[in-house]
Design a protein around this ligand. Structure first.
Ligand code: SF4
Ligand code: SF4
Length: 111
């Protein structure tokens, strides 16, 4: 059980959730942020500050965003960032990669 960042965050990344997370478990990739599923303490504080409504509990994900539970979890695997469980995003800083599903996500059209 953990909270999950979904597709509306991609290419937005304003960082509001990072500033309010009490355990610093929200990590930055190139195009989006990822919540560490073992480090998240399920407080839910980040949900209310997200301007794009991108954050959900993993048991309440909309069907269209269901794959993002794996996206957040797999970001930390050796096949993606290889971060493992660093215990804090601040010292890690921005990671120069994304989960493959995020990396190929279509860029939103801007008017
Ligand atoms: S639910 Fe709480 S601990 Fe988990 S990512 Fe959000 S603010 Fe951080
Ligand atoms: S608050 Fe929402 S849009 Fe902003 S970085 Fe966090 S998940 Fe992304």
């Amino acid at each position: 059980m953990a909270y999950v960042i979904t597709s509306p965050c991609i290419d937005v990344k304003d960082g509001a959730c990072v500033k309010c997370c009490p355990v610093d478990c929200i990590y930055e990739g190139e195009r989006t942020l990822y919540i560490h599923p073992q480090e998240c303490i399920n407080c839910g504080v980040c949900v209310s500050v997200c301007p794009t409504e991108a954050i959900y509990h993993d048991e309440e994900l909309p069907p269209a965003e269901a794959s993002f539970a794996a996206v957040n979890r797999e970001f930390f695997d050796t096949r993606v960032s290889a971060l493992g469980s660093p215990g804090g995003a601040c010292e890690v800083g921005r990671v120069a990669c994304d989960h493959p599903e995020v990396a190929v996500w279509p860029v939103r059209a801007t008017n």
